[in-house]
Design a protein around this ligand. Structure first.
Ligand code: ATR
Length: 273
């Protein structure tokens, strides 16, 4: 029997993970058995226990189980701890290793695929929820000139910045504080786009030549990307590359081979129109 892997979430019907992991395995000349599991709400532990008992070696974890996965783990990476959420698990006997690859996947996409280094740049991160938390440490490791976290609930941004202030030049505040600042890269890590809303970013926040990056993917020109385009921003990206890269990180963590993501990104890309 091949090693068993799965993605767990609820709902899970539209997950692209089985397709992506299958492509990675094929490209690496490996066979893996990767399925999608719709975990019953409130039964995360029982579902994962059963999967492990049947030969499960690892899982991707998606909504609403990222916190359950955090609690289930016996060992958590530093970035998973800071994110407070887990998107990949690895099982070795009694041990359950937990990771959060969203932030590293995002950085890899921006720096490698989009060829936009964060080093020395002025970076704006919109949002202070789970998605933003996951990105923080990987961003700071790139040594940006500055990182500003802007959030609707100002106290959450200020608190989050304080949590990582030893790691780099990071500050937090509200959207009003953006009035007299410009940034080279603006990341939308709020959930606003999922509801057709747009965070109140002033057009002056985009420096000439800026990149506007929407962490959500597959939704075309979201309200945030439209706002950026309407203010003259020419470099727009959504999170398709981030999604492919976090999947590749998980594959590499499990199988020891880092897959090439180009085909996957090509297959999943939805034009930004
Ligand atoms: P996720 O895990 O996707 O980050 P979350 O933890 O619920 O989800 O966080 C959602 C983030 O989107 C928060 O930063 C939220 O701002 P508040 O903390 O002020 O609620 C932000 N958000 C959601 N809708 C928004 C909107 N219309 N404008 C600005 N920010 C918004």
């Amino acid at each position: 029997m091949h090693d068993r892997y799965a993605v767990i979430g609820n709902p899970i019907g539209h997950s692209k993970s089985p397709q992506i992991q299958g492509l990675f395995a094929k490209a690496a000349g490996l066979e893996i058995d990767y399925t999608a599991i719709e975990g019953p709400l409130g039964a995360f532990v029982a579902t994962v226990d059963a999967f492990r008992a049947n030969g499960g070696r690892g899982m991707n974890v998606t909504a609403p189980f990222k916190l359950d996965a955090f609690a289930y783990a016996t060992e958590r990476s530093e970035r998973a701890q800071l994110a407070g959420a887990v998107n990949a698990l690895k099982f070795e006997g009694e041990r359950v290793f937990a990771e959060n690859f969203d932030g590293v996947g995002l950085v890899r996409d921006v720096v490698h695929n989009l060829a936009r280094p964060l080093a020395g740049k002025r970076v704006l991160l919109l949002g202070a929820g789970g998605a933003a938390r996951g990105a923080l440490l990987p961003f700071l490791q790139q040594q940006p000139a500055s990182l500003f976290i802007a959030n609707r609930s100002i106290d959450k941004a200020v608190k989050l910045a304080a949590e990582v202030k030893g790691q780099g030049p990071v500050t937090g505040g509200g959207y009003a504080a953006l009035a007299d600042q410009a940034f080279d890269i603006v990341f939308n890590a709020t959930s606003a786009s999922l509801r057709g809303e747009v965070p109140p970013v002033p057009y002056t926040a985009f420096a000439p030549g800026a990149l506007a990056y929407e962490l959500v993917y597959g939704k075309g020109l979201t309200p945030f990307l439209r706002l950026a385009r309407n203010t003259g921003v020419q470099h727009l990206a959504d999170g398709v590359g981030m999604f492919a890269e976090q999947a590749a990180e998980a594959f590499a963590w499990w199988k020891g081979v880092r897959p090439d993501t180009r085909d996957v990104i090509r297959q999943l890309t939805v034009p930004l129109v």
